[in-house]
Design a protein around this ligand. Structure first.
Ligand code: OGA
Ligand code: ZN
Ligand code: ZN
Length: 533
């Protein structure tokens, strides 16, 4: 196993006793099934002390003894950082940029592309997905992959097209200046999607502005105006026959540390501000100053949406606009709302899975590529050939992954493949299966676990099988216990994954050909990613 670069971990003495005791990771303090804390702050002894520190093992005055993971301590050092993906310092602010694009079909087939697109929404603020079929309702499928649809009074989705009696100026051909949607809701929908079904009109182009960047410019150019907008709650309203919505929030929302965290800007729905006379004038000057920055041509990205384009944006940050268009032509968008917490959560899960895939890739490129265990192919080449056989024979994804990973136990265990060749059974099928069990289900782990047993099984039930084995494989058969006896054969056949293990075994035996050209690890990345739990 490749060892990571050493972590310089702070000593537990760098943390107050009350903090350490509150963050005790032991199963009495946190439920191991869900990592949730089993006590409240008032259950802690207010006079708790650390009585002994040995490495990262801490003994408390209440008798509790626990070892902290050094990497965990390092990751939680008391350096005052308050990471918040929603606040301005986590963002890539921009003036203009080529619209970041993604492909909807790739999002569906390749988790790493979906990951990039979600990351772009979270950090750049928007992504233009191409190739979302220009059919009604498809926007909901996009929202479902990003997170969860936020249903509103407009429905699960809404149509943006010219209407005879528009309840909203969006449903006319009028131009609409940069705005955020639904500022009259609290919480506001934090993600918006607009999917173009048709746009065969003169005009009707879309524009996007980074509201965080504009607010940061206002702060730099006119700090008093910035302060005023950040400290003055204003009311936004929407009403129709069945709806009456209001929310009272500042146009520039700050977090408790003063970082920009939310922009609400919509001249259509702003209610009269009600400040004392002089402050009212100052407010208007500040409001205008912000609007003028937002309208600077150098700060707006313009795109013409065509059928199949779906723009996804952070509605707490990115303002969107459109130019006017002739009401006679055909222009039809469908939109819906979703939320950043669902999107950020999906992104985090994708990252976690990606990290597993990267870890496996390192095994293939590192120890796997170096190791020959009495064969003429490296372990990595052998496993890739095994996986290629599984693909050729139409195996299910879990079994393809099992084929690809079946010998990882040679590098992940304490006893290596070299020990096996030296006559000590390294039980690599069990070691590998248990190691893989941290991330994969039985459809992957069990054929791996049984692949050595399958060799012993086939030697017992198929007289010609032994002759197929390579020299090294015959040697290890002896170390691993030789052919099965009758009782073991029956036991093996009763295993639910026995058939898969036998298929894997035959591919395994076939996959030792020097120089055979097969798909590389990358070809399996998406498949592995989808199997990680
Ligand atoms: C909207 C909107 C933009 C457009 O419906 O919220 O701003 O391009 N529409 O029609
Ligand atoms: Zn809008
Ligand atoms: Zn093998």
């Amino acid at each position: 196993m490749k060892t990571a670069s050493p972590i310089t971990s702070p000593s537990p003495s760098a943390f107050p006793a009350v903090w350490l005791r509150d963050n005790c990771p032991c199963p009495e303090c946190r439920d191991p099934r869900n990592d949730q804390k089993l006590f409240g702050v008032t259950d802690l002894d207010p006079r708790i002390e650390v009585v002994e520190i040995d490495g990262t093992t801490v003994t408390f005055s209440d008798g509790h003894v626990v070892r902290f993971d050094p990497a965990w301590l390092a990751a939680h050092a008391l350096d005052g950082t308050v990471p918040d993906d929603r606040a301005e310092d986590a963002k890539r602010l921009w003036a203009v940029l080529p619209p970041p694009e993604g492909s909807w079909s790739r999002c569906l087939s390749d988790p790493s592309h979906l990951l990039e697109c979600l990351d772009t929404v979270l950090h750049t603020g928007f992504v233009l997905l191409r190739g979302v079929p220009a059919e009604p309702g498809r926007v909901l499928e996009v929202a479902a992959v990003l997170g969860y649809v936020r249903e509103t009074n407009y429905g699960r989705l809404f149509d943006v097209r010219v209407e005879a009696t528009p309840v909203n100026l969006a449903f006319t051909g009028l131009p609409i200046g940069p705005h955020t949607d639904n500022p009259y809701r609290d919480p506001v929908p934090t993600v918006q999607l607009l999917h173009c079904l048709s746009n065969a009109v003169a005009g009707g182009e879309s524009g996007f502005v980074d509201g965080f960047h504009a607010a940061a410019l206002l702060r730099a150019e006119d700090p008093a105006a910035f302060e005023l907008l950040a400290r003055t709650p204003v009311t936004f309203r929407y009403g129709d026959a069945n709806t009456e919505l209001t929310a009272t929030r500042p146009m520039i929302g700050l977090d408790p540390l003063g970082r920009i965290r939310e922009v609400r800007f919509n001249n259509r729905s702003l209610r009269p501000v009600r400040l004392p006379y002089e402050r009212t004038e100052a407010f208007y000057a500040a409001y205008r100053a912000f609007a003028e920055i937002l309208a600077r041509p150098g700060l707006q990205v313009n795109v013409r949406l065509g059928p199949g384009d779906c723009v996804v944006f952070d509605n707490t940050r990115i303002l969107h606009a459109r130019t006017g268009f002739a009401e006679t032509g055909e222009r039809h968008l469908q939109g819906c709302y979703a939320d950043l917490d669902g999107l950020a959560g999906n992104l985090a899960v994708l990252r976690r899975r990606q990290a597993v895939v990267e870890h496996l890739r390192e095994l293939f490129e590192g120890p796997g590529a170096a190791d020959y265990l009495g064969e003429e192919v490296t372990q990595a080449a052998h496993m890739l050939q095994t996986a290629a056989c599984a693909v050729r024979d139409g195996a299910a994804p879990g079994l393809v992954a099992a084929a690809l990973l079946h010998d990882v136990g040679h590098f992940t265990g304490e006893i290596t493949g070299h020990d096996l060749m030296g006559g000590t059974d390294n039980r690599h099928s069990h070691v590998g299966a248990d190691w893989l069990g941290r991330w994969f289900g039985p459809e992957v782990t069990e054929p791996v676990r049984l692949h050595v047993a399958a060799k012993r099984y086939l030697c017992a039930v198929e007289s010609s099988y032994y002759d197929l084995l390579s020299e090294a494989s015959r040697y290890t058969l002896g170390v691993q216990g030789g052919p099965m006896g009758a009782e073991e054969v029956a036991g093996f056949e009763a295993e639910p994954y026995a058939r898969d293990a036998v298929r894997l075994r035959r591919w395994d035996d076939e996959a030792k050909e020097p120089g055979r050209v097969v798909a590389g690890f990358d070809e399996y990345a998406a498949l592995l990613h989808r199997l990680v739990r």
